[in-house]
Design a protein around this ligand. Structure first.
Ligand code: SAH
Ligand code: SF4
Ligand code: F3S
Length: 465
């Protein structure tokens, strides 16, 4: 199916909206990038029904929180945010507040009326029904829509994207892996993929519309499958890279079990597919990996890394790690530390294990005391920070192609415009001095020679190409 107008400018708004309601919608997004893209889908659906999207809750008629349920603290954050939102409801009695996303799917009707505030609860496969449920809530009703689907991919919906240089494209939804610690198969349902041609058309359209970078999204992108055409994820990546040869293409997340030779070879073949792979390992102990139902051993994982390095010696790598999973011993923890030293990741997302109701691991218990989890977490963070700093140190003196994103965080904070930032192919942030006289603009690719670094950032000067 062809995607016509993924980005809506203000001129186009009146053409596309079926009716004008003069109502303002504000959506706040939590959790992973799939939620970021889902928010754009919800905004697309609501826009078509006459809502204008606003970037502040102050003047909104409808406030939606697109939530995450991956760990307990993700849900705590939402409860706290709801407390703050009471203030807006006090100011405007007609305000509609809704919960979308994974926490909505997990807690369902229990969230209705939460803090006398929540009017609607909508799970990830029911976003087409948001306008109807909001209308109902505006009339004083309450509603819950949390049915999971085996087929919904929102293939025909035009996401309402914020104009910029980076864009997200969901290529599949759900997850069938059932890692024992994870809520995602319960909150997002069964795995299903969009058709390849529709994704390729969208990617091409994004390039034609001015986006410079696109990330293909899914919980398990490398088990992508276009059943009709018999295409796998490597075929899709190849087709996207050819359809928009100047567009930087990334993807996340890939599962080590499905990391095929063909996929690695395809990445190495195309200059515009970024040499960066996020490959969550979770643990360095085979016993724990088995308890987690991860479907691979440490040996398989290391062998996949070796294959990646064989084809792309400079490929950047990042990972996710959980510490303190049930029964994790000091020896298991030492193995995780060892694996991290062996792979030498450029970056890692590291978490304390958080038991989730209804998962298989919930019944296994949560026997590692909090203080042990936190001590192990601090150990892996400290080691990872050191390794990342060492890797970044070796980048000093090298010149990188950097996609310009705009003022750096510190420049934005102190309202100066003298430091800008961008990203390398390897997904590393580079900060460089900026002045009014430069010739580049946001979205250009420039050359930056690195002269200083920390574990998280490279610093350098713009040099001629
Ligand atoms: N689909 C991706 C991961 C999605 S969730 C994959 O399989 O790799 C992102 C990360 O959150 C996971 O990789 C895991 O490290 C972490 N995570 C998931 N469930 C968790 C839990 N119950 N406690 C702590 N961390 C968890
Ligand atoms: Fe969760 Fe595992 Fe699926 Fe990733 S692969 S979303 S960790 S069940
Ligand atoms: Fe969170 Fe759901 Fe993403 S649980 S990590 S928002 S898939």
């Amino acid at each position: 199916m062809n995607i016509e107008l993924p980005i809506l400018t203000s001129e186009q708004e009146t053409e596309v909206a079926e009716q004008q309601l003069n109502r303002k919608l504000y959506v706040e997004t939590y959790g992973c990038q799939m939620n970021v893209n889902d928010t754009e889908i919800v905004q697309g659906v609501m826009h078509k029904h006459g809502y204008d999207v606003t970037d502040t809750p102050d003047n909104a008629d409808v406030i939606l929180l697109n939530t995450c349920a991956i760990r307990d603290n993700a849900e705590k954050k939402i409860h706290e945010r709801l407390n703050h939102l009471k203030y807006y409801k006090k100011r405007n009695k007609d305000l509609v507040v809704g919960i979308l996303g994974c926490m909505a799917e997990r807690l369902r009707g229990d969230l209705l009326g939460e803090k006398n505030l929540v009017d609607l609860v909508v799970g990830p496969d029911e976003y087409r029904r948001v306008p109807e449920l909001v209308e109902n809530a505006l009339g004083g009703g309450q509603g819950v829509a949390v049915k999971l689907s085996r087929v919904e991919t929102y293939d025909d919906i035009i996401p309402l994207r914020t104009e910029g240089i980076s864009s997200w494209v969901s290529i599949m939804r759900g997850c069938d892996k059932f890692c024992t610690f994870c809520v995602v198969p319960f909150t997002r349902g069964r795995e299903r993929s969009r058709g390849m041609q529709s994704i390729v058309d969208e990617v091409k359209y994004l390039w034609d519309s001015g986006f410079k970078e696109t990330t293909l999204l899914g919980q398990n992108v490398n088990s992508y499958r276009d059943e009709e055409g018999g295409y796998d994820f490597a075929d899709l990546l190849d087709a996207c890279a050819k359809a928009a040869p100047q567009l930087r293409i990334r993807y996340t997340t890939s599962h080590p079990y499905d990391m095929s030779d063909k996929l690695i070879e395809t990445m190495a073949m195309h200059k515009n597919i970024c040499e960066y792979i996020h490959l969550p390992v979770q643990s360095g102990s085979d016993r724990i990996l088995k308890l987690m139902n991860r479907h691979y051993s440490v040996e398989h994982y290391i062998e996949r890394i070796a294959k990646i390095k064989e084809y792309m010696p400079n490929c950047a790598l990042s990972t996710d790690i959980i510490v303190g999973f049930c029964t994790e011993t000091e020896e298991d923890h030492t193995m995780t530390m060892q694996l991290m030293r062996e792979v030498r990741y450029d970056g890692a997302y590291m978490f304390n294990y958080s038991p989730r109701e209804n998962t298989k691991a919930w019944k296994m218990g949560d026997d590692v005391p909090d203080e042990v989890k936190t001590r192990r977490l601090n150990e892996i963070i400290e080691q990872q920070t050191k390794i990342a700093a060492e890797i970044n140190k070796t980048e000093e003196g090298k010149t990188f192609e950097v996609l310009v994103e705009g003022p750096s965080k510190s420049s934005t904070k102190n309202n100066s415009n003298d430091q800008w930032r961008g990203r390398t192919d390897h997904n590393k942030i580079v900060v460089f001095p900026h002045s009014e006289s430069v010739s580049y603009v946001v979205g250009d690719t420039i050359n930056v020679r690195v002269n200083r670094s920390t574990s998280a950032t490279l610093f350098g000067d713009v040099v001629a190409g």
